[in-house]
Design a protein around this ligand. Structure first.
Ligand code: NAD
Length: 365
């Protein structure tokens, strides 16, 4: 049985409580921590109500929690800009770390987290939970089996709505220091999927981003073309402005022998599935499409529990988690290259060193 502490008890934290409950056969929540103590108490209550015989300790200071509880695993769900120092403290204190996305807001901070994980021998995973969505896993398997043939291009569209009230709810949102814009916050999942499918090695990025309407520092719209080492080309369209509510998040993949489009509210539904070997494999489009498939209740989907299960497997088998620090950094680096391309007006070659904070003032009139 591994022990877990949760650091940061805001909007997304219930997904970590849910994941801990779903993995209760191998994981036991010890403590929750938030300087806004009522939030931590609320999460503790939710867990205690569902896992009988538990009494969760509540902290406002994660360093005190680390010293007293010595958890095996820490989950970090604070504002993005705080992830690096907290993750490094947890790793140094001997805990494995599951960190919310984006892992950091600069390549330097991401590298420091990865280095701390190696130095301490503790595992680090980043919450790109949509990789565990069933249609995404299906596409990934088809890719690994070579069923697409040569991959030519792919596209991810994140057409969502985050209104003024969403930004007013938590002032850190949309700031360069703690969040970044819609690419860094909402679209990072889709960008991770695109790069995971198109070969993981992005080599060049050209971008146009805008802050059209939202009362924030960073972008509320972004578009980019990403070239990969294997020759594939990725196209990114991400928006927080879609009127009047979330429309879709769709990943399209086009290869010499296969086409897959996975859409729905948050890459949860197969919309097109055409492969040269479909009859042979037994997954023709009509067999695979499920028009009655429901969207998840929120765009967060259901992947956190599977991500936790993979993380515990990784500890037990002494292997990397599916989305290790190195893998989690890849989408971050593409987004930072997009930012740099917007700032310079030029294509940006990867690897790149950049920080969201270098964008400060970019959209000021
Ligand atoms: N995986 C996903 O789908 C997903 C979805 C939403 C948010 N997120 C990410 O999760 C993180 C949190 O987002 P949110 O919307 O829940 O934010 P939030 O503002 O609702 O919650 C953040 C919480 O962290 C707490 N906190 C700050 N400093 C702390 C510290 N030192 N120790 C303990 N707690 C601390 C804050 O008091 C706050 O309650 C962000 O990085 C965000 O990008 C991920």
């Amino acid at each position: 049985m591994y022990t877990l502490s949760l650091i940061g008890c805001g909007r997304i934290s219930y997904k970590h409580i849910e994941a801990a409950i779903k993995n209760a056969d191998r994981l036991s929540l010890l403590a929750v921590c938030d300087p806004i103590i009522e939030r931590a108490e609320q999460r503790a209550k939710e867990y205690e109500a569902q896992v009988s015989g538990t009494c969760i300790r509540v902290y406002s200071d994660y360093r005190e929690m680390l010293a007293k509880e010595k958890p095996d695993i820490c989950a970090i769900a604070t504002e993005s800009g705080y992830h690096p120092p907290i993750a490094i403290d947890c790793l140094e204190a001997g805990a494995h770390v599951i960190c919310e996305k984006p892992m950091a807001l600069s390549t330097q901070d991401a590298d420091a987290m990865i280095a701390a994980s190696h130095r301490t021998g503790k595992k680090l995973a980043v919450c790109f939970q949509n990789r565990f969505n069933a249609p995404i896993q299906r596409a990934r398997k088809a890719l690994e089996q070579g069923r697409f043939g040569k991959l030519y291009h792919g596209m991810v569209q994140i057409r969502w709505n985050r209104n003024d009230a969403y930004y007013a709810e938590a002032p850190w949102r949309g700031t360069w220091e703690l969040d970044g814009g819609t690419l860094m916050n909402q679209c990072t999942h889709g960008i991770d999927l695109l790069q995971w499918m198109l070969g993981e090695d992005a080599v060049r990025v050209q971008a146009v981003t805008r802050r059209f309407a939202r009362p924030i520092e960073a972008e509320d719209f972004g578009s980019a073309i990403v070239e990969f080492k294997n020759g594939a080309v990725g196209i990114i369209e991400g928006s927080a402005l879609v009127y009047p509510k979330n429309l879709n998040e769709t990943l399209s993949l086009f290869g010499e022998k296969g086409t897959a489009v996975i859409g729905g509210l948050a890459v949860n539904k197969i919309e097109t599935w055409r492969f040269a070997d479909a009859e042979q494999v037994g997954d023709t489009e009509s067999a695979v499409l499920n028009p009655d498939e429901k969207d998840p209740p929120t765009v967060y989907g259901f992947g956190h529990s599977a991500l936790y299960a993979d993380f515990i497997d990784a500890i037990e088998q002494n292997r990397d988690p599916l989305i290790s620090g190195e893998k989690g950094k890849k989408a971050l680096e593409i987004i930072l290259a997009i930012y740099k391309s917007q700032k310079t007006g030029l294509p940006v070659d990867l690897p790149v060193n950049f920080s969201a904070i270098e964008m400060k003032g970019s959209f000021d009139a």
